[in-house]
Design a protein around this ligand. Sequence first.
Ligand code: HEC
Ligand code: HEC
Ligand code: HEC
Ligand code: HEC
Length: 202
Amino acid sequence: MKRGTLLTLAAGAILLALPTVSRGATTIAGTAHDLSAQAGWGITEICVSCHTPHNAQATQLVPLWNHTSTVASFTPYTSGTLNATVGQPDGTSKACLSCHDGTVAIDAFVGGGGTHTMTGGALLGTDLRNDHPVSFTYDLALATADGGLVTPASASLVVTDIPLFSSKLECASCHNAHNNANGDFLRVSNAGSALCLKCHSK
Ligand code: HEC
Ligand code: HEC
Ligand code: HEC
Ligand code: HEC
């Protein structure tokens, strides 16, 4: 994504589309992920756009997943220096992309209208070659092969605040869909590139 050129456009789109977004919120209410804050969308609950207590999707990308899942074919990140084996997005990353790749409506769930599709800077599309790699195993072997990575503490944790999912780095390793206190739903603030330095020894 060309962030420099999209920044102004994206900011404008967010202001127009989401007048109630609060970057300082410590919970999900009032953030971009609170679809009940969308005027005219007819959604009265917060969690329902992603979870349901009963009759959840058979393929649970995340616990009690309620959103229609993307079936797109993605072009994964690649480079000449990458050590990881990166394939199609899975698990929580596929869940994020079920709204953020633009192929499925944001409100495609029981009780949603199914008519609003992602636009602007938050639309990642299906070509992920310009996005940080996701859905690959991040373990001791990878850290050793790369030479510039922090060794993960366990199969479920890199370091404090940075989770892995079945040993894999996913969108939700860097982001927490429920908390926008740091802006961009980041797990930790990226001031001074602190987020990057949780995993990269640079
Ligand atoms: C925009 C989508 C989205 C919304 C809305 C959402 N979640 Fe989640 N939730 C996720 C994703 C993605 C995961 C899996 C990644 C993770 O664990 O962070 C998850 C995981 C969870 C988990 C299991 C992991 C954990 O953090 O304990 C719980 C519990 C949960 N959500 C509860 C809720 C509740 C309660 C609400 C409403 C107040 C809610 N979620 C709203 C996307 C969402
Ligand atoms: C139910 C649909 C849905 C799901 C699932 C979802 N998002 Fe979002 N997300 C949105 C919408 C809607 C916006 C606001 C888009 C806009 O600004 O135009 C958004 C915005 C964002 C933003 C920008 C926030 C800001 O303050 O500008 C980030 C970062 C983000 N999402 C990450 C994620 C990640 C990571 C996941 C998975 C863990 C995820 N989203 C899952 C709907 C979703
Ligand atoms: C390695 C960490 C990392 C991973 C993995 C990651 N992101 Fe992000 N993401 C960030 C950071 C940091 C930002 C803040 C903006 C920036 O620095 O470019 C961001 C910004 C965003 C935005 C806002 C973009 C904008 O211009 O409004 C969205 C949406 C988003 N991420 C979604 C995702 C989704 C979906 C995935 C998984 C496919 C993902 N991210 C994986 C670190 C990550
Ligand atoms: C959750 C841990 C984690 C975080 C946080 C993280 N990265 Fe990564 N990053 C990795 C891993 C693991 C790889 C795969 C390295 C490899 O296979 O050589 C990677 C790959 C990359 C690559 C591609 C390397 C290549 O050889 O093609 C770049 C560039 C990169 N990260 C930059 C960043 C930046 C910039 C940030 C902060 C915005 C960031 N990363 C945050 C773990 C992380």
